[in-house]
Structures are given as structure tokens and as C-alpha cells.
Design a protein around this ligand. Sequence first.
Ligand code: SAH
Ligand code: SF4
Length: 383
Amino acid sequence: MQPLENTPTADAVGPRNFYSFTLENLEAYLKQYGKEKFRAQQIFKWVYEQRVTDFDQMLNLSKDLRAELKNLITFDLPPVLKHLISVDGTQKFLFDVRDGNSIEAVVIPSDDRLTLCVSSEIGCNMGCHFCFTGKQKLKRRLSTEEIVGQFMIVQDSLKKTNQKISNIVFMGMGEPLDNCEAVFGSIEVIHSPWGVNLSRKKITVSTSGLIPEMYRVADAKVRLAVSLNGYNDEVRSEVMPINKKYPLKDLLEECKRYYKATGERITMEYVLLKGITDQISHAKELVRLLKDVPCKINLIPFNEHPGSGFERPSDETVQAFHTEAMRLGAQVLLRRTMGRDIFAACGQLATKVKVDHPERMDISNSKIGGTNVRSFSRGQPSV
Ligand code: SAH
Ligand code: SF4
């Protein structure tokens, strides 16, 4: 599933974007130009520790070297088209990634953390029927610098209010395991001490279940979330076509392998779709299905978007499902929906600048479980 138009600057001639580099890559790149290895470490320190991105301010580099580096490396980040702040404190950043495409990153505050949800692709080919991104076919995979760029722009913006990203989840637009090279490259930058230096335990990759690539999540020693969304193969295949290729039995075996390798429990995301996945009997089947998989379940009441054909269950139904799953002994979480007034909730992210006018999208009149905007979960994992 990898080949397609990929990493826009990877093979480009001319200056390379700094945010595409791991330490090792930069050392190799500088070596091509006869520069010492330790220069890479120095530049990394300036950029990620000091947030200095002007070579003229990197005073431990000689003047000549600084002049040369300016022709070899840029620090461009995708321009921010919009920055929206929800009444609940959720923030959405819309970035221009050229060709009329945009991507979104969302910051979700909670008691003890500030979680950044990043996009990994423009659109998504997995075609899950309930997902707004899935309706927009894959246009392009993001590059490492576009993923790291989302982090840096948001972090720089939060600094103004003395806030800091504490967790990052790959739960925005796209299927991260369909873009492994860039996703795991960005993870290396984000967790490494020479980079952003965020603990691996604070990084979560969410997948619809691309089994052949799941071992990489364990190898990177980051957390795994799986979009389950069905309590048996029939239902899951109906809402997530990928299940026909990678059915539940194999998926759950792979999850157990992840647990064996890392000792970390998996977060199972389960979208509650009215009449399809939200009944008490479904809760029973779900708990039975997961009985020997070390995991916690994250319930996400469906976030409505125009023309989806699915409905959000009532708050009472959601509550009853949650209670039943808990009664049966599952560790199951139901979280407040965040950012719906700025169209930033799970499955509501769009790719086109033109169609993306979330602040104009009137969801206040849509019947959402019999209530308006107030409701439960966003599906943010408890990691
Ligand atoms: N492609 C990855 C990560 C992005 S989707 C994956 O599928 O895991 C992140 C989460 O949003 C998934 O768990 C998905 O099931 C959920 N989601 C998608 N559309 C949604 C919607 N309309 N309402 C609620 N959750 C949704
Ligand atoms: Fe893609 Fe995830 Fe949406 Fe499915 S739920 S279409 S895998 S982004």
C-alpha cells in the first residue's frame, strides 16, 4: 500500500527541510558536503532545545559554515490557514499543504494532559463508512516534515500561553500504518533526546488494523490503539472494509503479539453507531470478543457529519452500553466529546480548503442523541 506520491521533498534537489531529518540522516547529509558529524547534533540542539531556526543565531557555528548551511537546509513549516478555539478549550489548526489541500491537527485539553492529535495522510483509502476522512480518497501521504511540522507549529503556539503538549496521538486524518516511513520517521524525531524528547509512552499510533505493519508499533515501543468498531466480523466488515482482508481473529492475535512484545495494553476504539453497534447485546459480544486481549476499551459515540447515513445513539443508550461493559468486567472509558463546535471531533476532519469551513458548519441543529452540542466522548485514549 506504500507507493503513491510520497514525501514531497525526499528526492528534491536544492535545500532540504530540517524537520525531515533524524540525527543520523542529518549527519549523513552534512557528510556529503564535507561537514563534521557533530555539527548535526549542534543544529538539533538549537532547533529543538532552543527553538532557534535562524542559522545566524547559531553562534557555535562559524560564519562561513552558517552561510553554507543556509543553502542546504530550510526550516519551512506548513502555513496555518486557520486556528480555531472551541468553547471547551479544544484547538484546531488547519494547515496548507499545497495543491488546495489542507490537513488538520487538534489539541485536546484534559485534567492532566494536553494531547495533540495529528494527521498522517490527506484523505484515506481505508474507506470506513462512518468516517468523514474515509469519504475523501487518499490524495497524498504526508512527509516526515509535515508531521513533525504539525507538532512544532502547535507547540510554538501553545508556548505563548505557557502550555506544552504532553501526548501525541496519530488519530487525525489518514491511516498511519499506510504511511509508515514518514510516521515512524516523525516518531523518531519526536521521542529522541536529540529531538523533541517526548516519552514513547506518550505517543499512540491508531490503526484500522493493517496487520502486516503492526509489528512496527511494537518495534518503535509506542502505544497501540486499534479502531475496532465492530463486535464480530460481520458487523466490522460492514463498517470497515479492511476487515474483509484482515479479519478479527488475526487482528486480535496481532494485538496479543504487541502486548507480549511491549507489556502495554492496547486501546480499543469502539464507535457507537445507533442501531448497529450500540445495543446491550453488542456490549456483551464485545466484552466476550476481547476477554483474553489485554486492552482497555474507549467508547466513542458517533460524531455526525452530513450525509454519513449513520446516527449517534442517545446519551441514555451510550450510558447503558458503558454500564453493561463495565458490569461485565471490561475496562471501558467514555469521554466527553471535545471540539464539536469547531468540527474537530473524531472523524470530522476534512482535507479540502474549499469544503473545510468548519466554523460555518451548523451542527447545533443536528439531533445529536436528543441533545445539542453537549455530550460524551471524543475517543481520546487514556494513555
Ligand atoms: N486511521 C486511524 C486513525 C484515524 S481515525 C484509525 O482508523 O484508527 C481515529 C478514530 O476516529 C478511529 O478510532 C475511528 O474509528 C474514529 N472515527 C472515525 N470517524 C468517526 C466519527 N464520525 N465519529 C466518531 N469516531 C470516528
Ligand atoms: Fe481511514 Fe481511520 Fe477514517 Fe478508517 S477511521 S477511513 S482508517 S481515517
